[in-house]
Design a protein around this ligand. Structure first.
Ligand code: 6PG
Length: 469
């Protein structure tokens, strides 16, 4: 049926197929497009009723099937393919049609595409979508940015398909230009940090407490029922239970310890450096994926050096410290990511509302966690909060758990267990909360060798000293 479908989706891979079926489940008619006949046929079959959800390999059939202004979402791999798909659609579109890029595109690409399409009267949105395949099907967290008026056409659909937290949809218009992609990028940076921390704690429990997979499953399950409640802790508990169907024992022990990455964590770190905002818990999570990839070199180096024999810690004591340290370092990681967002908002004119961002992360996305309800409240109480560590409601949470982080970092160092995420989180905390740091010496060194000048504590002005007598 020409010109009647409410929503169009290009890219019928797992995410695309699940997303479009979710749209159709919510009483919107949807039409998909993919060049792959198998994917088109699979969707038509799974959709059941072609008046509700249909698809075509022909871009013209696809565009003509949609009602105007057309709302076309792209769920294709980030990069050149997005531009190619846009070029294919352009000659068939009318002014005021809307293209939504739901992939993990780099934010400056979104700005470029928005400006290019605006010249042709087409609205372009960068919209983060988080929650993996299951989220896309049952309710993702959606992070749209772009032209606000055009968003109103998409809003009812996004609000219907998004995950719900106590009835509230986990989607909100975040800001102009690439705000949506930027927020999703930092979401992923935080995701990298939390994953690194969860895996370090697993290593500590295993090496320092001799925890079996069954015990790890129990511990993470218990944590997921408490203040650490989160998607990542929940799936971690389930991972320890999974048997290896190709051999004996649990699958987790057979998986090669080389972590891959598609780049969003690295972009978060790179851009944080450009902004001058420290996010060391995210930086180290990226570096650890890089170190993990050096498997052959790690094996060779392992043979060259001895390391201390691990002194086991009583299980109950270690478990308690681990829970507190994980809670502490989760808070620090969210604090860093949100600090970056607050700064990027000023730098790029996004006008982000931090409480709204924390709110739409409470369900659907990969970093959803009980903690996000507390974070939402902290920013509701003070929308100008530069850093979560300055929120009165977080002082007690941090103060009561930082001791465990200190104890575990010291224990890990003594026993040769790498915990860079945990120690970076602790060091960030110690540095951020120090009114005096030794960087006065760096200023003196810079002035000594390069006449770079320095400021003083006790008087105004710019000073230089001839250091060599
Ligand atoms: C999400 C995820 C998703 C991301 C994967 C893989 O929010 O659903 O962030 O967008 O693509 O987590 O990322 P890496 O391959 O870089 O680990």
């Amino acid at each position: 049926m020409k010109g009647t479908y409410d929503f169009g989706l290009v890219g019928l891979g797992v995410m695309g197929r699940n997303f479009i079926l979710n749209v159709a489940d919510n009483n919107f008619t949807a039409f998909g497009h993919d060049l792959d006949t198998e994917k088109v046929d699979a969707l038509r079959k799974e959709g059941g009723n072609t008046q509700r959800v249909d698809a075509s390999t022909e871009v013209k059939t696809f565009v003509e099937a949609l009602s105007t202004p057309r709302k076309i979402m792209l769920l294709v791999p980030a990069g050149k393919i997005v531009d190619i798909v846009i070029e294919g659609l352009l000659p068939l579109l009318d002014p005021n049609d809307i293209i939504i890029d739901g992939g993990n595109s780099f934010f400056t690409d979104t700005d470029r595409r928005e400006a290019y399409l605006a010249e042709k009267g087409i609205h372009f949105f960068g919209s983060g979508v988080s929650g993996g395949a299951k989220g896309a099907r049952l309710g993702p967290s959606i992070m749209p940015g772009g032209n606000k008026e055009a968003y109103l056409h998409v809003k009812p659909i996004f609000e219907a398909v998004a995950a719900k937290y106590k009835g509230e949809p986990c989607v909100a218009y975040l800001g102009p230009k690439s705000a949506g992609n930027y927020v999703k990028m930092v979401h992923n940076g935080i995701e990298y940090g939390l994953m690194q921390l969860t895996s370090e704690i697993y290593d500590l429990l295993k090496k320092g407490g001799d925890f079996t997979n069954d015990e790890l499953h129990k511990t993470y399950t218990q944590w997921n029922n408490g203040r650490l409640q989160s998607f990542l802790v929940q799936i971690t508990s389930e991972i320890f239970e999974q048997n290896d169907t190709l051999g004996d024992g649990k699958l987790v022990d057979k998986i090669l310890d080389k972590a891959k990455q598609k780049g969003t964590g690295k972009w978060t770190s790179q851009n944080a450096m450009d902004l001058g905002i420290p996010v060391p818990s995210i930086d180290i999570a990226v570096s650890m994926r890089e170190i993990s990839a050096l498997k052959e070199e790690r094996i060779a180096a392992d043979k060259l050096y001895s390391r201390p024999t691990v002194t086991l810690m009583p299980k109950a004591q270690l478990e308690k410290l681990a829970e507190e340290a994980l809670y502490f370092s989760f808070i620090i990681t969210y604090a860093q990511g949100l600090h970056q967002l607050a700064d990027a908002s000023k730098e790029y004119g996004y006008d982000l509302n931090m409480a709204v961002i924390a709110k739409i992360w409470r369900a659907g996305c990969i970093i959803r966690a009980g903690l996000l309800a507390d974070i939402t409240e902290a920013f509701n109480a003070d929308s100008t909060l530069p850093n979560l560590l300055l929120s009165p409601s977080f002082i007690e949470k941090i103060q009561s758990t930082v001791g465990a982080a200190r104890a575990l970092v010291a224990y890990a160092a003594k026993n040769g267990i790498p915990v860079p995420g945990l120690s970076n989180s602790l060091t960030y905390f110690d540095a951020y909360t120090s009114s005096r740091l030794p960087l006065n010496l760096i200023q003196a060194q810079r002035d000594y060798f390069g006449s770079h000048t320095y400021e003083r504590l006790d008087r105004e002005g710019i000073f230089h000293t001839e250091w060599e007598s």
